[in-house]
Design a protein around this ligand. Structure first.
Ligand code: F6P
Length: 341
């Protein structure tokens, strides 16, 4: 069998572990050939690819990013790929494509699959917002980075009697804010799933100071938004990939809190630090398992499917099921974290 693999969308710690695992299982386990397309679907359309053998993936398990490069692609070019997918598969001689990516990539994978290309998807995203899988690799690493940041910010906040507003990634789903906020013991957590009232945050900080506590840390997801009438805040515009640009809730909230509290507040935007660097052991293991199962699925002819973690088992689920809606933080998970506003 000849397998094509690509990584698309925003990168994420653990992508190289999947590539390595696919190559190991395919080459050593099945005597397959593997080629890797560069820069996601762009490489597939532009004919940029390279053979991946055991040497090519040696030493990459712990490396962040992706050795293949990643890119987002405009919808029009994705349609072009779907329209020509049988011809593309024939020209590269591939029997299956394994695209590794988030919601956008898996939607593209579904389009290609519907158009007749044999596809087995592998979900990735630090946001952990893909339906049908309990976890995506990259999330554990991002939560670890954000938690460490909250731990560190507490000591400097206390020295200066400040309010720290830590903005973490999470466009439509607040999983990183929820779990890093819980793990770091943030005093306030704001998520995209529930609009927050600034007055509640002000009250919480004032009560803390009245109890003799001299600082507060608020963890806010980049996609969180204030309740109507609670604070002036303009939503961002939509970019060429259909994603909302963020209007800087961390900065805006810090300014508002400083103004209302009469205390110093500082924004800390963690940004792409959460996506860079070496994956945690958990993410390496999950990524490796997903790669192994993707190759096995390809050999069974289970196309149009995606690997997924269900409990502790890796299962295969239809791509169509995975891309219908995002997995957002449910109410009961918010209730467990008492600091969600
Ligand atoms: O989807 C993953 C993600 O990291 C989001 O949390 C974030 O909003 C976005 O990607 C940032 O993307 P870019 O790399 O285009 O800045």
């Amino acid at each position: 069998m000849r397998i094509g693999v690509l990584t698309a969308g925003g990168d994420c710690p653990g992508l190289n572990a999947v590539i390595r695992s696919v190559v190991h299982r395919a080459v050593a386990g099945h005597d397959d050939e593997v080629i890797g397309f560069e820069d996601g679907f762009k490489g597939l359309l532009d004919g940029r690819f390279r053979p991946l053998d055991l040497d090519a993936v040696s030493g990459i398990l712990a490396r962040g990013g992706t050795i293949l490069g990643s890119a987002r692609l405009e919808r029009a070019r994705l349609r072009e790929a779907a329209e020509n997918c049988e011809e593309l598969a024939r020209s590269y001689g591939i029997d299956v494509l394994i695209p590794i990516g988030g919601e956008g990539t898996l939607t593209a994978a579904q389009m290609l699959s519907d158009a007749g290309m044999p596809v087995v998807g592998v979900p990735k995203t630090i946001d952990n917002d893909i339906s049908s899988t309990d976890r995506t690799f990259g999330f554990d690493t991002a939560v670890g980075v954000a938690t460490e940041a909250i731990d560190r910010l507490k000591t400097t906040a206390e020295s200066h009697q400040r309010v720290m507003v830590v903005e973490v990634m999470g466009r439509h789903a607040g999983w990183i804010a929820l779990e890093s906020g819980m793990a770091g013991g943030a005093h306030g957590i704001c998520l995209p799933e529930r609009s927050f009232d600034v007055a509640d945050l002000v009250k919480m900080v004032e009560e803390r100071f009245a109890r003799g506590k001299k600082f507060a840390v608020i963890c806010v997801a980049e996609g969180a938004h204030p309740a109507e009438g609670s604070m002036d805040y303009k939503k961002g515009e939509i970019d060429q990939y259909g994603h909302e640009r963020f209007a800087g809730i961390g900065n805006r909230l810090a300014v508002e809190l400083e103004h209302r509290l009469g205390k110093e507040a500082r924004p800390v935007i963690l940004g792409h630090v959460q996506r860079g660097g070496t994956p945690t052991a958990y993410d390496r293991v999950l990524a490796t398992r997903f790669g192994w199962h993707a190759v096995e699925a390809a050999h069974r002819g289970d196309f149009g499917m995606m690997t997924a973690l269900r409990g502790t088992q890796v299962a295969l689920v239809p791509l169509a099921e995975a891309v219908t809606e995002l997995k957002r933080v449910p109410e009961d998970r918010m209730d467990e974290a008492e600091s969600v506003f």
